[in-house]
Design a binder for this molecule. Structure first.
Ligand code: SF4
Length: 336
């Protein structure tokens, strides 16, 4: 078979899989694995073309924005190898306790100024437990929605009983981020202080409490394309509503310092494959976007992204929000 004939077969197969998804069917595990394992060098434009069609069919032309604020930073006892906030990391990272309401209001005002309707409060600790800290946080969530005019989202680590999730829901939290980070089989290479099962349990409590689940992961940790597929399928199975995709920014001082990042094309291929596997989910591009995609940042929408984290990340700055809003509009899309 000539190279051209092989290309034609690949193109036809990608189009067939896209047609299946556009018809409302889900890819099988085998189909998803085939797509993820395709060499993007020969297929990227076809895969992006169809991912864009799927995004348009299921998500329209709106790009959902979100922002986060680190309300408790640094010194986390967990050993997630990508994280500058882990106490096991040598990366210089800010350390502070739960922020006061003045800081919170400033973050909410900033989000509203940027036309971002949701603000996620993020804490660097392993889990949120019942007790005075949870009560204090619930008070902050009420302030966010009732007085500061933003939708409260949260990322407070593991949740080990449903009552906690129900308390957060009652305080107005509409969406909770808890990433699976990577494939179940690769997870022990990334973290040894808690398990993948702990993460799944948290997601189940959130689902039971009726809080929307924001769960995704990081690519570029050293995982294979097959691992990325495993992650996407796990998220589909668990019913993640929003799927943030981060691209590793290997921060000096973390154990993953020096890890070679995925190329922009590799990252875009992965985003597109997620869109094929999770056609109607919100796929949001989060950390590592600018540093890894560089001039190809706007291609994320062609790759099927329907959401964008804007404003600063937890420990690294992001570019000005105006540039992101301009990028979305220039692509003929609408930030919401
Ligand atoms: S649990 Fe969160 S804050 Fe703690 S080390 Fe892991 S990623 Fe970092």
């Amino acid at each position: 078979m000539t190279a051209t004939e092989v290309d034609a077969k690949v193109r036809q197969r990608v189009a067939e899989l896209a047609a299946k998804v556009l018809d409302g069917e889900l890819l099988t595990r085998e189909e998803a694995a085939w797509l993820f394992e395709l060499d993007p060098a020969g297929s990227i434009h076809d895969v992006l073309y169809w991912a864009n069609q799927i995004r348009t069919r299921y998500k329209g032309n709106n790009i959902r924005l979100c922002s986060i604020v680190n309300i408790k930073a640094g010194g986390c006892p967990e050993d997630c190898k990508f994280c500058a906030q882990s106490a096991h990391s040598k990366a210089p990272s800010p350390r502070y306790g739960v922020v006061d309401n003045t800081t919170l209001k400033k973050a909410a005002d900033q989000a509203r100024t940027n036309n971002v309707r949701a603000l996620g409060l993020v804490a660097a600790w392993p889990e949120v437990k019942e007790g005075p800290v949870l009560e204090e946080l619930c008070e902050k969530f009420r302030l966010l929605s009732l007085e500061y005019g933003v939708e409260p989202h949260a990322s407070l680590g593991m949740i080990k009983n449903r009552k906690i999730a129900e308390k957060l829901k009652a305080a107005g939290v509409t969406c909770y981020n808890h990433n699976l980070e990577t494939a179940p089989s690769f997870f022990p290479r990334i973290c040894t202080t808690h398990t993948y099962a702990d993460r799944v349990e948290t997601i189940r409590h959130l689902k039971a409490a009726g809080i929307a689940v924001c769960a995704g992961g990081i690519i570029g940790l050293g995982e294979t394309r097959r691992d990325r597929c495993e992650l996407a399928l796990a998220l589909r199975e668990l019913g993640a509503d929003v799927v943030p995709i981060n691209i590793l920014n290997p921060i000096p001082g973390t154990p993953l310092e020096g890890t070679a990042p995925p190329t922009p094309i590799e990252a875009l291929h992965t985003i597109a494959c997620f869109r094929f596997v999770l056609p109607d989910r919100e796929i949001t591009i989060a950390g590592g976007r600018a540093v890894n995609l560089r001039d190809l940042q706007s291609w994320i929408f062609m790759a099927g992204a329907s959401g964008l984290m804007v404003g600063n990340y937890l420990t690294t700055p992001n570019r000005p929000v105006e540039l992101d809003l301009q990028m979305i509009r220039d692509a003929g899309l609408s930030p919401i």
